[in-house]
Design a binder for this molecule. Structure first.
Ligand SMILES: Cc1ncc(COP(=O)(O)O)c(C=O)c1O
Length: 369
């Protein structure tokens, strides 16, 4: 018997997650020295991880022969202090991505609808598809989530709404008052997942903790992959009311977060100086990229995160030409944005390299006079 005959219907045609190309792979494909390649394709922290997290990770490696603490006791206690919530309100995950899948495990089956923006982070679409749910992709005029249209898309079959703020890949963010009002009046059969992967880069992020305290069906997700610089360790978390957190913990695979990841995350939470520095580097990099793109006549969408979506006459060709010269950026045609590229904010020298290579490509494309 073929696997195809055994598969659940939902898994026959799944949307694909296209990650940023790893430096090693590009080096192999292009024959370039890996050290000469700049990756601005996965919204990572260009500073890497902070010194405190690195030291804690090194120390935790000694314990790697043992299974980790399945409850993540110390990390959960620290999160409880940081957010002012009870430890039982948290769920740890192998990246916040995992929580989207666990939500679909719990609440989505064939016939259920899941609402998200048409150009919202693609994981929601994949998690919905695997669960056999019906995706309801709401148009995003001006590359921004349309909360009224999302509200209007709710039917009796709706189970989940995903909202990333700021959104990836557009970088756009909704004002906190709008998000807070949206979360307040959702019907009782709908669970709202508010994805805060880039919230630390925002000046005024929404705060849904009062809604959670008031009993709203809300889960907020956070990650250590972005401003904390721990993408490689795969660790994130969600916070919600106790009942929802317990449900999420019940469907979480045992030991889903490793001991080194937990230790590094715990230390990262205690490294405010590193977070501040990361925020400063990102703000400076945003300005550098925005000015550099404008000088080259390339339009971009204002971003509140650590990346920029920019419009290119031939985005696929531009991405290929950049990559051939050792700069990896992210095409976003799979988001229905074939005329754009997403560029993660790097260090000053990485941003300069990108802008220089881009300028050289644009010059070489100009017809001779
Ligand atoms: C909007 C958004 N949410 C969640 C994530 C997931 O991050 P992780 O699984 O690394 O925590 C990402 C990663 O790119 C993202 O862009």
């Amino acid at each position: 018997m073929e696997y195809s005959e055994l598969l659940r219907d939902a898994c026959r045609q799944l949307p694909v997650y296209l990650p940023g190309k790893p430096i090693e792979l590009v080096a192999r494909e292009s024959g370039l020295d890996p050290a000469a390649i700049v990756k601005l394709a996965s919204n990572e922290n260009p500073l890497g991880m902070g010194a405190k997290a690195a030291a804690a990770a090194r120390q935790a490696i000694a314990e790697s022969g043992l299974y980790p603490d399945n409850s993540g006791y110390r990390l959960t206690q620290a999160l409880s202090r940081v957010h002012g919530l009870d430890p039982s309100q948290f769920v740890l995950a192998a990246g916040s991505n995992e929580i989207f899948y666990r939500l679909c495990d719990l609440f989505v089956e064939p016939g259920c609808e899941v609402i998200f923006g048409a150009q919202a982070f693609i994981s929601y679409r994949i998690a919905t598809a695997i669960a056999g749910g019906t995706p309801v992709a709401v148009p995003m005029p001006g590359f921004t989530h349309d909360l009224e249209a999302m509200r209007a898309a709710i039917t009796p079959r709706t189970r989940l709404i995903f909202l990333p703020n700021p959104n990836n890949p557009t970088g756009t963010a909704l004002p906190r008052a709008d998000v807070e009002a949206f979360a307040r009046d959702l019907p009782g059969h709908v669970i709202f997942c508010y994805d805060e992967a880039y919230a630390e880069y925002q000046s005024a992020p929404a705060d849904l903790r009062p809604h959670i305290a008031a009993g709203a069906k809300v889960v907020c997700t956070r990650t250590f992959s972005k401003i904390h610089g721990l993408a490689g360790w795969r660790i994130g978390y969600g916070y919600a009311g106790k009942e929802l957190a317990a449900l999420l913990n019940a469907v979480r695979p045992p030991f889903n977060t490793g001991n080194v990841a937990q230790a590094a995350a715990l230390a990262a939470l205690d490294d405010d100086a590193f977070v501040q520095e990361s925020r400063r580097v990102n703000a400076a990099g945003q300005r550098q990229l925005q000015e550099g793109l404008a000088a080259l006549g390339i339009e971009h969408i204002p971003s509140e995160a650590n990346f920029i979506l920019a419009a290119f006459p031939d985005a696929a060709a531009a991405a290929a030409a950049l990559q051939a010269r050792g700069v990896i950026v992210r095409p976003v045609a799979n988001y229905g944005l074939p005329g754009h590229l997403r560029i993660s904010v790097g260090t000053e020298s990485q941003n300069s390299r990108f802008l220089d290579v881009l300028a050289s490509i644009l010059v070489s494309k100009k017809p001779p006079v």
